[in-house]
Design a protein around this ligand. Structure first.
Ligand SMILES: Cc1ncc(COP(=O)(O)O)c(C=O)c1O
Length: 408
């Protein structure tokens, strides 16, 4: 089986050459945002250098904008396994979720209920809480298991009945790294007539997303988490997009996908999204269409990342004071994102001390407020987060382990 060529990959990311003091930087903050490849930087610069105008002007620079948006929809549909007409762009996942929640809430009635989870990032929680309050509907929160970090479909089943109109859920947790069995949850939700809204922001850099398999109604992602620029994207089933009353200005398109896109999109960012998808596809062999190549890329990525995770887990096990919260490092139901504590050490101080050694991590709740609350760490500074993506190396894993050992 072919593997990733990590040196060749790293050479495509100028940011990875960053030096602080005399120390090379280790970006272990991928869960907060990833770096971009030359392909992405080049595609974005090209748009700005060539000149671009607004959509549907019928002249050269405007036709370029039309083409950029069309190609962006096609690229994202390949990434997600959807069709281009079901893909729209927006500022980021949070803004998109507020917009969708507002549109969906206008279809809810008092007596209805919605479900969200304690494993979710606040961007897949608070928008629904606010929308539910506006519409006067009940909110039910499905709880993850605070020892394993798993959100079992049975936790959703417990709060599901035919009053539930929506289940909002993540595909992977940005704090504990747990992957959620969305396929089973979609089946259960659809059985009672509820729609399923999936936050795939954290899963996107690690796993091939397959809308058909997940069988969800909506799915959101953010390109800066999968090696692209800062812009968000929404998949919605055409029938929902067509029937929902999105808030829009009068002259804006009334049909999907344009009707969900408020104002002018960042054309340079959309060109960057296409380039990010092409970059990912380029990590596989040349055979097959882009979707097929992405499948092979993510097979290679998850194999490589599992090795990094295993190494990290073994390394951390040698530090008696250190602990990974949630699933063990070698569990296949996780991505390589680790919430870590070191007994007696403040997470923020740890992250700062690591940063002084050129190791970028994160600390606190990373907007996974409910997770930290449930783990009882919200009042004590949360946890340290160490995350790996495919451009990270075994040396970087060893560096963070050695640094934590010396700080413990
Ligand atoms: C799992 C998850 N969902 C949602 C978001 C919010 O994404 P955005 O910054 O695009 O609004 C993040 C960002 O950290 C995230 O990790």
């Amino acid at each position: 089986m072919m593997q990733l060529d990590i040196d060749a990959i790293r050479s495509q990311f100028p940011a990875l050459a960053r030096i602080e003091g005399a120390t090379p930087v280790a970006y272990l903050d991928g869960p907060g945002g990833t770096q971009t490849s030359r392909k992405v930087i080049g595609a974005m610069s090209k748009v700005l250098i060539n000149g671009v105008s607004n959509l549907e002007g019928g002249f050269g620079a405007s036709r370029d904008a039309d083409e950029i948006v069309h190609l962006g929809r096609v690229a994202v549909s390949d990434l997600l396994g959807a069709s281009p007409a079901e893909i729209s762009f927006g500022q980021n996942m949070t803004s998109i979720t507020f917009a969708v929640s507002r549109a969906l809430a206008s279809t809810w009635k008092p007596g209805d209920a919605i479900v969200t989870t304690s494993l979710d990032h606040d961007a897949n929680y608070t928008p629904w809480i606010r929308a539910a309050a506006d519409a006067g509907v009940e909110v039910r929160v499905a709880e993850f298991d605070d020892t394993t970090g798993i959100l079992d479909p049975s936790a959703i089943a417990e709060v599901l009945d035919d009053r539930v109109r929506l289940v909002a859920i993540c595909l992977a947790s940005n704090s504990l790294g747990t992957v959620v069995d969305v396929t089973s949850i979609s089946a259960m939700a659809h059985e009672v007539g509820a729609l399923v809204y999936v936050d795939a922001v954290h899963a996107a850099p690690h796993r091939l997303i397959d809308i058909q398999k997940l069988d969800c109604d909506f799915l959101v992602a953010s390109a800066y988490k999968f090696f692209g620029p800062h812009t968000g994207m929404l998949f919605g089933r055409l029938e929902h997009l067509a029937s929902l009353d999105f808030y829009k200005v009068r002259p804006a398109p009334s049909d999907p996908p344009g009707k969900m896109e408020t104002g002018t999109q960042s054309f340079e960012a959309i060109a960057g999204v296409t380039a990010a998808v092409d970059y990912l596809a380029s990590l596989s062999g040349p055979e097959g269409n882009r979707r097929k190549r992405l499948g092979e890329t993510f097979r290679r990525i998850s194999e490589y990342e599992s090795n990094l995770a295993l190494r990290f887990g073994k390394g951390l096990a040698t530090i008696p004071e250190a602990r990974i919260h949630g699933l063990p490092a070698d569990d296949t139901r996780r991505v390589p994102t680790f919430a870590v504590s070191v007994a007696g050490r403040d997470p923020r101080d740890l992250a700062s001390s690591l940063a002084e050694r050129g190791i970028y991590t994160w600390s606190g709740h990373y907007y996974a407020v409910n997770v930290m609350d449930r783990l009882g760490t919200l009042e004590t500074g949360g946890l340290l987060r160490v995350g790996f993506v495919h451009y990270n190396t075994e040396e970087e894993v060893d560096r963070v382990v050695e640094a934590l050992a010396s700080l413990a």
